[in-house]
Design a protein around this ligand. Structure first.
Ligand SMILES: Nc1ncnc2c1ncn2[C@@H]1O[C@H](COP(=O)(O)OP(=O)(O)O)[C@@H](O)[C@H]1O
Ligand SMILES: O=P(O)(O)OC[C@H](O)CO
Length: 496
């Protein structure tokens, strides 16, 4: 019996999962890595630590599944997107910590580039607004701030990669012939990929002064790129997908109009728009859903920076809970939010606002409010932000949702899921295999090696485990949402 392994290098942890042909998990291992916050708005990861964790979870998952590397038909990689690493091609040593997607240190650079042509000046080529979220200004910052980096990059000594690329390079040999590759879904998050040609855009590289030689080759999301060396010697590396795209595949959203919403550190909703590359006019991103075969299938994405990480903030910064799971009983100990709204604009606001000048607010406080109301407001913030994105999707695509497919760590929270159904006015549906991100990467790798015949075969592996029906009146829904919108206004124009 052969299996497929998927490596999921996420914002807070790295997981390796082994799947069988029915998409069942037969072995898993997961390890957290350090979140480094050197200054307000700065978020870093140590690339060497990420590579260490990766090797650790591969060994752990094989042991948990009680299998050898020779039992693997292929390996797929999925990853936190946009997070930027630059390393020495001769030694593999990173020139600086990875700058994480949430990091806002390049705010001034973003404003500088936007001064000439506005925030949407690269949207036509890239599908993205100019924002600190994407890799281009992070690369620029590293090449400016690390002594000698620009010259070393121009001499061909440095490599850039998102995390998929960095991990793939190490898995396939590192300094000894490692593949320097990425896939279309990851490349599309750099602000450097031309969506129409599917390759790096020469004009954008010039504007950001990024040498072409440091960029990886852009490949499809499902093909045999090469074989692993070392720990997984001989295993074909056959799938690479950004984590949100992988979840879209894991949720089998293969038809136009199908959508999923993943609730992790942040929330990311993707709506399949098929062969149509839809340019958003309501604050969404145009992105590949996946790239199987010759052409990518496109999607509209609503990216929300802070959802699950707000629960971590309640735990780590406020100390009002000891574990993420405790937020639910605390929030459920009060009947409603008591008029309290928490807008977590910690990295500015992403979709649909794209306001880097915004900062978080806690409003509506009275002497009545207590920590349970704050916990409830934190959970509700996720649901309200999702409603903003769902409305933008409807405006851009004309598709009205009939149900929302959900996944990710936060969907364990029943109170949140019920409130989400209430505030959207449509049912929320959770699948049986909730690990859709790793599953999607496994599917991409398995399709490439013929382990699964075609995407249609994968549909049979999806089944519903739970559904939440809306119970709130539309009047109440609208009045709560109106208050939320008022709270959002209070976050704007904060950062000078
Ligand atoms: N029961 C819960 N209620 C609310 N949030 C939760 C719960 N369990 C986990 N989370 C949140 O979910 C996130 C982890 O989800 P996960 O999908 O593993 O994230 P990621 O892939 O972004 O690292 C954390 O931010 C955590 O705070
Ligand atoms: O690692 P996650 O699940 O927080 O996902 C991060 C996203 O890919 C950022 O764009």
């Amino acid at each position: 019996m052969q299996y497929i392994a998927a490596l999921d290098q996420g914002t807070t942890s790295t997981r390796c999962m082994v799947f069988d042909h029915n998409g069942n998990v037969v072995g898993v291992d997961q390890r957290e890595h350090t979140q480094i916050f050197p200054q307000p708005g700065w978020v870093e990861h140590n690339p060497a630590e990420i590579w260490q964790r990766t090797q650790g979870v591969i060994a752990g998952a094989l042991a948990a599944a009680n299998i050898e590397k020779s039992d693997l038909a292929a390996l797929g990689i999925t990853n936190q997107r946009e997070t930027t690493v630059i390393w020495d091609r001769h030694t593999g040593k990173a020139i600086y910590n990875a700058l994480v997607w949430q990091d806002t240190r390049t705010d001034a650079l973003v404003r500088q580039f936007a001064a000439d042509g506005g925030q949407d000046r690269f949207r036509a080529q890239t599908g993205l607004p100019l924002a600190t979220y994407f890799s281009a200004t992070k690369i620029r910052w590293l090449l400016d701030q690390v002594e000698g980096a620009q010259a070393a990059a121009e001499a061909g000594d440095l490599l850039f990669g998102t995390i998929d690329c960095f991990v793939a390079w190490w898995l396939t040999g590192g300094p000894h012939g490692g593949l320097h590759i990425t896939d279309t879904t990851n490349a599309s998050r750099t602000l450097l990929l031309n969506l129409t040609t599917g390759d790096w855009d020469a004009e954008l590289l010039e504007i950001f002064r990024i040498p072409r030689s440091m960029l990886p080759n852009v490949r499809s999301s499902s093909e045999v790129y090469g074989t692993c060396r070392g720990q997984l010697d001989g295993v074909p590396l056959a799938g690479i997908l950004g984590d949100q795209q992988a979840a879209t595949v894991g949720q089998v959203c293969f038809e136009v109009g199908e959508a999923k919403n993943t609730y992790g550190t942040g929330n990311f909703m993707l709506l399949n728009t098929g062969e149509r590359l839809v340019q958003s006019r309501h604050g969404l991103i145009t992105t590949p859903a996946y790239h199987f075969g010759k052409q990518p299938t496109w999607a509209l994405e609503g990216s929300i920076a802070v959802t699950g990480s707000l629960v971590q903030w309640l735990r780590d910064n406020l100390g009002i809970i000891h574990s993420a799971a405790e937020v639910e009983p605390l929030a459920a100990s009060v009947a409603d939010n008591g008029g309290v709204y928490l807008v977590p604009a910690f990295s500015g606001l992403f979709a649909p606002h794209w306001r880097s000048d915004a900062r978080g607010v806690l409003v509506g406080l009275t002497r009545y409010a207590n920590k349970a109301h704050i916990a409830r407001a934190a959970l509700e913030a996720t649901a309200y932000q999702t409603r903003e994105v769902v409305s933008a999707m409807a405006q851009d695509s004309g598709v009205e949702l009939t149900a929302l497919k959900v996944d990710g760590g936060m969907v364990a929270n029943e109170l949140l899921m019920q409130f989400q159904a209430d505030i959207l006015g449509v049912p929320v549906v959770r699948p049986k295999v909730a690990e859709t991100t790793a599953l999607g990467a496994a599917y991409a790798a398995g399709l490439a090696v013929g382990y699964w015949a075609n995407p249609a075969e994968l549909r049979a592996n999806w089944s519903e485990s739970k559904r939440w029906e809306p119970q709130m009146s539309s009047d109440q829904r609208d009045s709560l949402y109106a208050q939320w919108n008022k709270a959002v206004q209070r976050t704007l124009n904060w950062q000078e």
